[in-house]
Write a protein of this length. Structure first.
Length: 233
C-alpha cells in the first residue's frame, strides 16, 4: 500500500493541532502566526546516492505507513519514539505494546509526531519532531535544559532503514521536518545533535543540522549542543 496523500502535500496546520498557546508550546508566548502557510513537502534526493525520496508528515491519513515502518524495524518499534516523549518513570513502566499504542493514539488525536521518508511508496526513514513540551523527558533533562522561553519545536530522533543508511537521508528528513514545523506555526525549530559515533547518534549530526540551515545556539558551558532554525517572522 502506498503512502496516503490526503492533506499531506498541501499540509497547512496539522489537523487537530490547536493554535499555539502557552500551554501547547510551553513558551509563555501566544504569538500565533498571522497566516497559515501552505507547506509543500517536496520529493527530495539524497545527495550521495541520487536515489529519490519523498518526505511526508504523519497524520491519520498515513498512520498505516508509520505502522508498516514500525513493524519492519524492530528497534524503532521497541521505543516507538517514546524515550524522549515519556518521562523516564513512565517509560520504565511502559511496555512495547503500550508505547506502540501511545504513538498511534497521538496521531489519532492530531498531535504532531514526525515525518516519514518514502522510497517508491515504501517508508524507509523517520524523523521525530513535535513541540518541545510534548517531550516529557526532554522537559526534565538537565543536559538539555530549555535555553529561553521561545515556543520551540524539537527534533529528537532519526531512524533510517539499514539499506538506506549513509546517503544523507537524515538531511532530507530534517529539511522536511523543519518545513512541516514552520508550516504548523513553529517559529523556532531546535535540535540537539551529537558528533557521529558516540551516544545519541540517532539525534542527528552537527553537520546535518548545519546543512539544513541551523545555527549553533549552545549556551556557554553547556554539555550538549543546541542548534536552531528560525522560521519567517
Ligand atoms: C543514526 C542514523 C539515523 C544515521 O542514518 P544515515 O542515513 O546513515 O545518516 P546520514 O547518511 O544522513 O549521515 C548522517 C551522519 O551520521 C554519520 N553516520 C551515519 N551512520 C554512522 C555510523 N554507523 N557511525 C558513525 N557515523 C555514522 C554520517 O557520517 C553523517 O555524519 P556527518 O553529518 O558528520 O557527515 C542511522 O544509522 C540509524 O537509523 N541508526 C539507528 C537509530 C536508532 O537506533 N534510533 C533510536 C531507536 S528508535
Amino acid at each position: 500500500m502506498g503512502p496516503a496523500t490526503t492533506g499531506i502535500l498541501r499540509a497547512g496546520r496539522h489537523p487537530g493541532t490547536p493554535p499555539r498557546t502557552a500551554t501547547r508550546c510551553d513558551s509563555g508566548k501566544t504569538d500565533a502566526p498571522a497566516t497559515t502557510r501552505i507547506s509543500t513537502i517536496l520529493p527530495v534526493t539524497a545527495s550521495r546516492s541520487g536515489r529519490k525520496y519523498e518526505c511526508r508528515p504523519i497524520t491519520t491519513a498515513n498512520l498505516v505507513d508509520l505502522d508498516r515502518f514500525s513493524s519492519q524495524h524492530g528497534k524503532f518499534r521497541w521505543c516507538s519514539c517514546m524515550r524522549w516523549r515519556m518521562t523516564s518513570s513512565k517509560y520504565r513502566s511502559s511496555t512495547k505494546e503500550s508505547r506502540v499504542a501511545t504513538l498511534e493514539d497521538l496521531v489519532r488525536q492530531g498531535q504532531p509526531v514526525g515525518v516519514l521518508a518514502y522510497e517508491d511508496s515504501h517508508p524507509v526513514g523517520w524523523c521525530s519532531i513535535a513541540p518541545r513540551d510534548a517531550y516529557g523527558a526532554l522537559q526534565r533533562s538537565r543536559a538539555l535544559r530549555r535555553i529561553d522561553d521561545e515556543a520551540v519545536w524539537s527534533v529528537v530522533c532519526f531512524f533510517v532503514d539499514r539499506l538506506r543508511r549513509g546517503q544523507r537521508l537524515t538531511l532530507a528528513l530534517l529539511r522536511a521536518a523543519v518545513e512541516y514545523a514552520h508550516a504548523q506555526g513553529a517559529r523556532v525549530v531546535e535540535g540537539y545533535p551529537v558528533r557521529p559515533g558516540g551516544l545519541y547518534t540517532y539525534m542527528g549530526s552537527p553537520a546535518t543540522f548545519k546543512a539544513a540551515g541551523f545555527s549553533d545556539v549552545t549556551p556557554p558551558g553547556a554539555a550538549r549542543l543546541v542548534m536552531r532554525h528560525l522560521g519567517q517572522p
